[in-house]
Ligand binder design. Structure first.
Ligand code: ADP
Length: 443
């Protein structure tokens, strides 16, 4: 600025000198005034140039100017660019935040101070049947008509969540939501909705499971206590005493089976997936199953005197190895075989097969000529404690957990249980193991 002052003074002196030479004192005065006007005009011209540039939308290139005006233009351009960058960054951040909110598995709705929708994510659209554009600035109280939510909204006490049905909830496909409002900003609210359908289903399953286990244990326990009481209070004959003790042993064995199956299930749920390189030779595994099957069949058909006809593959056919956990595979195979024996009348046929396929996979199957299964039950057989014939299951030492264990074990080994059955003719339970878990085929 001092340079500008000096330049103005020099101009005035130079023109003043010229004016003095031309017209003495009046000439000098007129020249100094002219110099000042010239200076002012030059400044105004630059100011106008700067103003025109600032008014234009194209602020990238500052106008070419020298001196203080040039510096002013450059600095302004720098500030403007910085400002534009900051606005862009803020917009980008806002966009990122909205994308994150959009990606949330929970429904989110931003409400203004009067409860009108300012923004909602896709999950909320789907859970409440909203349309983010159509329903913008609509009152949430008018759009969500679930009675539980309406009461919650009217009460205006948002300290606890409210449970309600999702928009597309049907008896066949229920959708349960937990919805809560949180105050933020200047009287605004954030509505957060969580789909708790699976959580509630899991909770119901847990309750059912505990109830089932308690029931299964209570029955033999009641019988046992009854016998203990009888033995304690009544003077019994030796024969009778022995019979009671045998019945007690039977009930205790039933409880033991149940506890064993429960432990197996919990172990299956908690343990890592079976390795793909722990190879088990199939022949001894099925040999052990065959011995157990023969013993079980003899035990169950002792009275009738007609054991089942059991057909197992020849040892020469069983040259395959299976990758997995021996105890788990034994439990799955023996469960299927024992079921076939237990649900097939004495003298019936049970055929166990191992069929290698050209693609390297192989199928294990157990076929029986038993009572068969009504199609309405087939889909539910692997549910825990699901039985068609409860008394038959109990009589033969069943726990109702066998097929649940089988399904779990097979899944862990990459196979799926397949059930084919014709009522009155028999059933075939099979599972195909993937090529990666089978080796040593005779193709
Ligand atoms: P359980 O211990 O009662 O046998 P499972 O889970 O092994 O329990 O089987 C569930 C139900 O499936 C059984 O109670 C029975 O009604 C039916 N089931 C299983 N295997 C057979 C079969 N081979 N033939 C007919 N019904 C079967």
């Amino acid at each position: 600025m001092t340079w500008r002052g000096l330049a103005l003074a020099l101009l005035q002196i130079a023109l003043g000198g010229l004016g003095w030479w031309l017209g003495q004192a009046w000439g000098a005065l007129a020249a100094v005034v002219l110099a000042s006007w010239l200076w002012l005009a030059w400044d105004m011209w630059h100011a106008r140039k700067l103003l025109l540039w600032l008014r234009s939308t194209e602020l990238v290139q500052a106008p070419a100017m020298s001196g203080v005006w040039g510096e002013l233009a450059t600095r302004m351009r720098r500030w403007l660019r910085l400002d534009a960058q900051q606005v862009q960054q803020s917009e980008q951040r806002l966009e990122d935040i909205f994308s994150a909110l959009q990606a949330s598995p929970n429904g989110l709705i931003l409400l203004d101070t009067t409860g009108h929708i300012e923004w909602c994510n896709q999950t909320a659209e789907q859970q409440f049947g909203l349309d983010a554009e159509r329903d913008l600035l609509q009152s949430i109280g008018n759009l969500v008509r679930d009675p539980a939510f309406s009461a919650y909204w009217t009460r205006h006490d948002f300290t606890q969540p409210v449970l309600m049905q999702g928009r597309d909830s049907t008896p066949g496909r229920p959708m349960r939501l937990s919805v809560q409002l949180y105050a933020y900003g200047d009287g605004r609210h954030l509505l957060l909705s969580r789909d708790i359908t699976t959580l509630e289903q899991a909770e119901a399953m847990r309750r059912d499971f505990v109830a089932n286990v308690s029931h299964e244990i209570r029955t033999p326990l009641t019988v046992l206590l009854g016998f203990v009481e009888t033995l304690q209070t009544l003077p019994l004959e030796e024969d009778e005493r022995k019979r009671y003790l045998a019945l007690m042993a039977q009930q205790a064995a039933r409880m033991q089976n149940l506890v064993q199956d429960l432990l197996t299930l919990s172990r299956l749920e908690g343990s890592p997936l079976p390795a793909r390189d722990d190879w088990i030779p199939l022949a001894p595994l099925l040999g052990q199953c065959e011995d157990e099957a023969t013993a079980l069949s003899e035990m169950l058909t002792r009275k009738s005197g007609a054991p089942h006809v059991l057909v197992f593959p020849e040892a020469t056919v069983l040259q395959s190895d299976l990758a997995g956990v021996p105890a788990e595979l034994h439990s799955a195979f023996s469960n299927l075989i024992s079921n076939a024996i237990r649900y097939t009348p004495a003298g019936g046929n049970i055929t166990v097969q191992w069929q290698p396929h050209a693609d390297g996979s192989a199928t294990f199957s157990v076929q029986d000529s038993g009572r068969g299964i009504d199609p309405e039950h087939v889909g539910r057989l692997t549910e825990r404690f699901y039985r068609i014939d409860r008394s038959r299951s109990r009589e033969t030492g069943g726990t109702g957990l066998g097929l649940a264990i089988v399904k779990h074990v097979l899944q862990r080994h990459g196979a799926q249980l397949h059930i084919a059955s014709v009522l009155g003719q028999g059933s075939t339970f099979s599972a195909t193991f993937p090529a990666g878990r089978v080796r040593g085929h005779v193709k």
